[in-house]
Write a protein that binds this ligand. Structure first.
Ligand SMILES: [Zn+2]
Length: 528
């Protein structure tokens, strides 16, 4: 520090900063995420000037400079002085305070108890990652680095993760004058801290600004609810069988499929997190939990849980619990509160999810064949659902499903997977066969890779009712046709009505005729 006598302002000599950073090489600061922000950092260093650190503010750290009331000597001291070290006369302390950023530069170590040698400082310092906004790279980041080097001889972190700013839904910066600010506490009151945190990570990439939409917070809250409900369902069923002796050989294809999926997920998500791709990591866990686990697996295992005779019930429960625990651990960084709450209720093996073991990929849980089998079944279920939806068939109406394939492996997959079609695709029965034997010509079909699926028309549609409906339609149409024909053969109408009106009536007549042909063709088909 050097005193500028005239104004009594303290300035930090930039050569000190440069020396400190050069001694440790500029590379010490190492990594910026995204990398492009290293430029902002170096730009500041290359244009560095002395920095006035005196502020005429009443808050902040008082400048540790003491002036002798007699000889006028200035002494800068770590300890507070009362008398001049030269002449022993009383001293007064500088009235100014340190610039906020000068004080903030001490943050990485002063928060850990520095200058005392505390256990926290010893354990946590130097830290790993600084998370901050791009707008304060030169105000704060650079200054923390050289302050760390000056006071502790080390850089306070090795990586700087830059996040964007949260803007309003129109992309404007939130400000008091615009009145477009969002109070995080209000969001938390309405939707919970987990929902807010998750919203800020969703779809976000390091360094990019994001827009704030209430709808997104709501969607995050809905996801948290989904996790909560699935967990409650699992916990309610856990006492239905003793899971103590379950081994990998007891597992069904579906169990192995979901375990294999969550296993691969752990590898992928860990890779994304290591690269600070938080938004991508979250979307992978989100999709897995919502779609694969809740919408598919839990629905697939329900018949096993509800059956009194199913010998794989314990395996199903063990799988549910195992996959839920792994999912919760991967969700914990994004929705910490709800995951901790569920985790502590669900299991006794680990004390808190915060210090639990992170899921790690293991070759033992890689089941490629079973994954392929269940994906094939999912494909078939989706095809059946599409057929039923397009024909407006209510889920309550059960229909027989024929799977036709000459591929023995595919037939085996469907033989093993028959059980799923009842709950997932409203099937009354599933027949797996190599040819079309016994399948009526009017069966509705759908194609999936390696197999054709047929559903008897009569199973999807109540023929008697349909015939009745078509006959009513036929009667209505023949009345309309007669009326229209009468008009068009009425000479007074033809000679007096405007041409447009006549054309309109002719078009109607043609339309009714077409509809009549369709209705009659349909009737003929149904009454064969
Ligand atoms: Zn003195």
């Amino acid at each position: 520090m050097e005193e500028r006598r005239k104004s009594k302002r303290m300035e930090l000599d930039s050569t000190l900063v440069i020396k400190r950073l050069d001694d440790n090489s500029k590379e010490e600061i190492r990594k910026f995420v995204p990398e492009s922000y290293a430029k902002t950092y170096l730009h500041w260093l290359n244009g560095i000037r002395d920095w006035c650190i005196s502020r005429q503010l009443w808050w902040g750290h008082r400048i540790p400079a003491f002036y002798c009331t007699k000889c006028g000597k200035m002494t800068v001291s770590r300890e507070d002085l009362t008398v001049c070290p030269d002449c022993g006369a009383p001293v007064t302390q500088d009235e100014d305070t340190l610039d906020t950023w000068f004080s903030s530069a001490l943050w990485p170590f002063s928060t850990l108890g520095w200058p005392d040698k505390t256990p926290e400082l010893d354990y946590f310092y130097p830290t790993d990652v600084l998370v901050t906004g791009y707008d304060i790279i030169f105000f704060w980041v650079v200054r923390m680095v050289f302050s760390g080097l000056e006071q502790t001889d080390t850089t306070p972190f090795h990586t700087v993760l830059i996040h964007g700013l949260v803007r309003d839904s129109q992309g404007r910066k939130m400000s008091k004058s615009l009145g477009n600010g969002i109070d995080p506490l209000e969001v938390i009151d309405k939707y919970g801290a987990d929902a807010l945190r998750m919203t800020l990570v969703t779809g976000n990439a390091p360094g990019n600004d994001m827009r704030f939409y209430w709808e997104r917070v709501e969607a995050s809250r809905n996801f948290a609810n989904k996790v909560w409900n699935a967990s409650r369902f699992i916990m309610m069923n856990l006492d239905k069988a003793d899971m103590g002796n379950v081994s990998l050989t007891d597992l069904t294809d579906a169990d192995k499929w979901i375990l294999s999926k969550v296993n691969t997920l752990a590898k992928d998500v860990t890779e994304n997190l290591d690269k600070y791709e938080l938004g991508i990591a979250l979307s992978k866990v989100y999709d897995f939990v919502w779609e694969e686990f809740c919408d598919w697996y839990i629905e697939m295992v329900k018949p096993r849980l509800y059956s009194d005779t199913d010998s794989t019930k314990a395996a199903a429960l063990w799988t549910l619990k195992t996959v839920l625990i792994r999912s919760l651990k991967m969700l914990h960084p994004f929705i910490p509160f709800i995951t901790e709450e569920i985790f502590c209720t669900l299991q006794d093996e680990e004390e808190s999810i915060m210090v639990s073991e992170w899921p790690v990929y293991t070759e033992e849980l890689n089941f490629a064949a079973e994954e392929k089998a269940i994906e094939t079944i999912k494909e078939a279920v989706r095809a059946i659902r599409t057929v039923r939806t397009s024909m407006n068939v209510p889920p309550s109406r059960k229909a027989k499903v024929f799977v036709v394939s000459e591929n023995a492996e595919i037939c085996r997959i469907f033989e093993n997977g028959k059980v799923f079609f009842a709950t997932l695709a409203s099937a009354s029965e599933v027949a797996v066969q190599a040819d079309k034997e016994g399948i009526a010509d009017d069966a509705v079909s759908a194609v999936i890779p390696g197999a054709n699926i047929y559903i008897p028309f009569a199973d999807l549609v109540d023929i008697e009712k349909e015939v009745e409906r078509l006959k009513k339609e036929e009667a209505k149409l023949s009345k309309e046709l007669a009326r229209s024909k009468g008009m068009l053969s009425n000479e007074r109408f033809i000679s007096k009505a405007p041409a447009a009106k006549i054309e309109e009536e002719k078009a109607k007549y043609e339309k009714y005729q077409q509809m009549m042909e369709q209705v009659q063709a349909r009737l003929a088909q149904l009454q064969k």
